[in-house]
Design a protein around this ligand. Structure first.
Ligand SMILES: *[C@@H]1O[C@H](CO)[C@@H](O)[C@H](O)[C@H]1NC(C)=O
Ligand SMILES: *[C@@H]1O[C@H](CO)[C@@H](O)[C@H](O)[C@H]1NC(C)=O
Ligand SMILES: *[C@@H]1O[C@H](CO)[C@@H](O)[C@H](O)[C@H]1NC(C)=O
Ligand SMILES: *[C@@H]1O[C@H](CO)[C@@H](O)[C@H](O)[C@H]1NC(C)=O
Ligand SMILES: *[C@@H]1O[C@H](CO)[C@@H](O)[C@H](O)[C@H]1NC(C)=O
Ligand SMILES: *[C@@H]1O[C@H](CO)[C@@H](O)[C@H](O)[C@H]1NC(C)=O
Ligand SMILES: *[C@@H]1O[C@H](CO)[C@@H](O)[C@H](O)[C@H]1NC(C)=O
Ligand SMILES: *[C@@H]1O[C@H](CO)[C@@H](O)[C@H](O)[C@H]1NC(C)=O
Ligand SMILES: *[C@@H]1O[C@H](CO)[C@@H](O)[C@H](O)[C@H]1NC(C)=O
Ligand SMILES: *[C@@H]1O[C@H](CO)[C@@H](O)[C@H](O)[C@H]1NC(C)=O
Ligand SMILES: *[C@@H]1O[C@H](CO)[C@@H](O)[C@H](O)[C@H]1NC(C)=O
Ligand SMILES: *[C@@H]1O[C@H](CO)[C@@H](O)[C@H](O)[C@H]1NC(C)=O
Length: 354
């Protein structure tokens, strides 16, 4: 069984837009992935992926400057939104359906799109691309600036355009206060920030309000973890275990009560076989706990199906600021879910840089 957690923040109804699956210690995924989509069908160069709790799948295709959206159970509707962004690195979708897209490389901003609108609004000035984007449960938008070695944020509910640096000094380095080419980021409901610190081959945790991070995986971690080689993305599950896209090792690694292990792309070499990846960039869970990986080097999106998650006992995680209600048990599936057909949002790009 897998579980959905709907987290209701006291004082405001604020569900999470992304899936927080709960796994058993011995959960496993099929070693051979299903290719969800590839270059010959719709996706030119899949880089960033986001899956919401409705299992709507959003993928940034940076070669063709568009975002593709697959709706669960939709039948072949195609939607086109015209826009102008280039070489986008990241995407995040909030519970109200707003789509935040990196548009830093050439237009120096983060854009917000609404699903049915044809216009975007700029929500952040970004002098360089955001390799990671995140919106926390307090409507704060985070951008990890790979080139500037820092993570910045702004609150979306005021009109101040001021950016606050919350991690990294702006100088590349490997001390606790420094980052070196930060990529993917993740912010949990306690506002703790996790950063895939790419060049330092480590995952840094910056607890809320702290400018000094601790290494929770990879080079220099206090505990024995796992060797990372260019981590590109980091997401968590319901128990705050880490799931890391190990870009240069072309694999996905994860943690659990028994420590770290390789979960996908574990053959020892990169490649295009169903059990291999080639420079995977990002990872997202669907509501069943399946892992979707943008397999950049192979220009495809791979779906690793959760094959066993045998513990039945459901225990809710409750933090000091949140209550969990209700918990809905979803029967896990070991077969391909017949998801909806492609609903395609094409951002009309007049300039091509790729
Ligand atoms: C996983 O662990 C549970 C108990 O925690 C056990 O009942 C089950 O047999 C294990 N499954 C596998 C596939 O190892
Ligand atoms: C891409 O997908 C199509 C349709 O599923 C398939 O026929 C084709 O062989 C795939 N191409 C590659 C390069 O995997
Ligand atoms: C997605 O589609 C499946 C199969 O049609 C359905 O069982 C499931 O409830 C749908 N999920 C959502 C979140 O709509
Ligand atoms: C999820 O699906 C429900 C039911 O179809 C819909 O009301 C809701 O707006 C959807 N949420 C998002 C974020 O698309
Ligand atoms: C589109 O973006 C390019 C930079 O990528 C910019 O030069 C151009 O002015 C933009 N066009 C519009 C209509 O915003
Ligand atoms: C967006 O553009 C499409 C195609 O031009 C049009 O059919 C649709 O009505 C537009 N939607 C909105 C909300 O303006
Ligand atoms: C949300 O962020 C704003 C701006 O930083 C802050 O004033 C407010 O206290 C925060 N609210 C919560 C619940 O953290
Ligand atoms: C932000 O600016 C808009 C337009 O000037 C204004 O309508 C709105 O009230 C402002 N919001 C806040 C929170 O100041
Ligand atoms: C942060 O770490 C530096 C060393 O890298 C240390 O000098 C400083 O005191 C630490 N700051 C805090 C608040 O712990
Ligand atoms: C090291 O492992 C212990 C025990 O699992 C844990 O409590 C602690 O948070 C870990 N420290 C770091 C920096 O990951
Ligand atoms: C940090 O950088 C210094 C100097 O480049 C190097 O000697 C040290 O081994 C690095 N530490 C880690 C944990 O990689
Ligand atoms: C894309 O935008 C250009 C310039 O704004 C416009 O001329 C063209 O018709 C648009 N293409 C589509 C398919 O809407």
């Amino acid at each position: 069984m897998s579980i959905w957690l709907f987290i209701i923040i006291i004082g405001q109804v604020s569900a999470l837009s992304y899936n927080l699956p709960k796994f058993c210690s011995n959960a496993s995924w099929d070693l051979n992935a299903i290719t969800f989509t590839n270059i010959s069908t719709v996706t030119g160069a899949p880089l960033a992926i986001f899956i919401n709790t409705n299992d709507t799948i959003y993928v940034v295709d940076r070669a063709n400057n568009k975002i593709q959206i697959w709706f669960n159970n939709s039948i072949g509707r195609t939607q086109t939104i015209h826009g102008n962004f280039s070489a986008s690195f990241s995407i995040f979708v909030t519970t109200n359906g707003d789509i935040y897209v990196d548009n830093g490389a050439f237009n120096h901003r983060v854009d917000k799109w609404t699903l049915n609108g044809n216009i975007s609004v700029s929500v952040m000035y970004a002098s360089t691309p955001c390799f990671g984007l995140f919106v926390d449960t307090n409507d704060t938008l985070y951008c990890s600036m790979y080139l500037l070695n820092q993570v910045v944020k702004r609150w979306l509910n005021d009109n101040s355009s001021t950016l606050t640096t919350i991690a990294g000094t702006g100088t590349a380095g490997n001390t606790s206060s420094m980052l070196h080419n930060p990529c993917g980021i993740y912010v949990n409901t306690n506002f703790d920030l996790y950063v895939a610190d790419y060049f330092n081959n480590r995952i840094q945790l910056f607890q809320s309000g702290q400018l000094n991070g601790t290494t929770v995986a990879g080079a220099g971690s206090l505990n024995t973890t796992i060797t990372l080689n260019g981590p590109g993305a980091i997401i968590l599950d319901a128990d705050n275990y880490l799931f890391i896209v190990d870009y240069l090792n072309s694999r996905i690694v994860g943690s659990g009560p028994n420590g770290f292990r390789c979960l996908a792309g574990c053959s020892g070499s990169s490649g295009s076989a169903p059990n291999q990846l080639s420079n995977p960039a990002t990872l997202s869970f669907d509501s069943y706990g399946n892992m979707f990986v943008t397999d950049l080097g192979n220009s495809r999106i791979q779906k690793f199906i959760l094959s066993t998650n045998p513990c039945d006992e459901i225990t809710s995680t409750v933090t000091s600021t949140t209550t969990v209600n209700p918990t809905t048990t979803v029967t896990s599936t070991t077969t391909e879910n017949p998801k909806g057909l492609l609903e395609n949002i094409i951002f009309n790009i007049t300039d091509k840089y790729f």
